[in-house]
Design a protein around this ligand. Sequence first.
Ligand SMILES: CC(C)(COP(=O)(O)OP(=O)(O)OC[C@H]1O[C@@H](n2cnc3c(N)ncnc32)[C@H](O)[C@@H]1OP(=O)(O)O)[C@@H](O)C(=O)NCCC(=O)NCCS
Length: 184
Amino acid sequence: MLVRPLSYPDPALSDRRIGLRMWREADIDCIRLAGTDPRIPKGTTVPANFTQAGGLAFIHRQWARLENGEGVSQAIVDVDDDRAVGLLWVALRPQPRVCGLGYWVIPSARRQGVATAAVRLAVPWALETLDLQRLEAWVEPDNLASQHVLTSVGFQLEGRLRNFLTDGRRPADALVFSVLPSNR
Ligand SMILES: CC(C)(COP(=O)(O)OP(=O)(O)OC[C@H]1O[C@@H](n2cnc3c(N)ncnc32)[C@H](O)[C@@H]1OP(=O)(O)O)[C@@H](O)C(=O)NCCC(=O)NCCS
């Protein structure tokens, strides 16, 4: 539950290298490439076995998230050619003024600071424009790259939730990270 209306950032968020914008059907190849890393279909609704229809349905689901009041899903794009290389998702939690953050980057665009830059853009927008009191992220303990992204943008590790996530059919632990307006 938010006190401000949910909307895409206006103006759109960008730095010199990457931007965040609404998904387009033309971004479908990004969905295909995301599905080549088994960790992404495992934790998201990205199809593991790509088809044109499945890729388009994924993009339509991202649009529906705002319409349904679930949150805001945006493509992470390279500003030079507007090509989508990842996803950043701000999800409403049941608690008032609390959201969760999710993201992924296609394998060929990793280790170039893309996720860090996208999260760095999204945090002040989410805290200030959506007027959040808390932005959190749940990360599997072995996902060191994701933990690195969060701590380098100012998130703090709060603890470990045992058997909180489902890894395939098995329960998995989650590390909880958060950033508050007072940390900015
Ligand atoms: C996690 C993920 C989003 C990171 O995207 P990325 O664009 O490569 O991230 P960045 O390049 O901004 O930063 C990653 C940082 O982690 C570091 N890193 C990468 N792999 C690492 C590893 N195995 N161990 C430790 N650090 C690692 C990088 O060196 C980098 O640090 P640096 O900024 O000091 O160089 C990407 O790997 C991904 O999409 N993974 C699958 C989906 C996923 O796990 N999503 C997050 C769910 S919580």
